[in-house]
Write a new protein. Structure first.
Length: 128
């Protein structure tokens, strides 16, 4: 059974959480477009946008990698890194009194999944 779709579904639920959080803050502060002058909303928007910037490509690479290798542990590790990384980053960046350690950890885990899957795919292409 494929691994990546399970993680994609879990990550999609996180995306919905980030979306709803942004929508609620927009409603609470009456801001239709942009962050207004609300730091909390600005951070929610950036958490949501950063997620949207990194997750699709990383999931695509992970799926490609899964189709090219039988190493299920590697796929679980990279997918878990992406999921945990996105949770850490979203929470860290969402706080007005930011927890920089969570934000950095989140990006590091995301890069492990993104760069790791990229390098493994390149390696599999060069050394079939």
């Amino acid at each position: 059974m494929p691994i990546t779709p399970l993680y994609a579904a879990l990550i999609a639920l996180l995306f919905v959480v980030l979306s709803v959080r942004t929508l609620r803050l927009r409603g609470r502060y009456g801001v239709a477009v942009g962050p207004g002058k609300v730091p909390e909303l600005h951070r929610a928007i950036r958490a949501h946008a950063n997620f949207a910037e990194y997750v699709p490509l990383t999931l695509l690479l992970l799926y490609f990698l899964e189709t090219q290798t039988m190493n299920r542990l590697l796929i679980h590790l990279f997918c878990s890194a992406l999921l945990v990384g996105r949770v850490c980053h979203a929470y860290g960046i969402s706080q007005v009194n930011e927890n920089l350690n969570l934000r950095v950890t989140g990006m590091a885990l995301t890069f492990i999944a993104l760069i790791g899957s990229s390098l493994h795919l390149i390696t599999l292409y060069v050394f079939p």
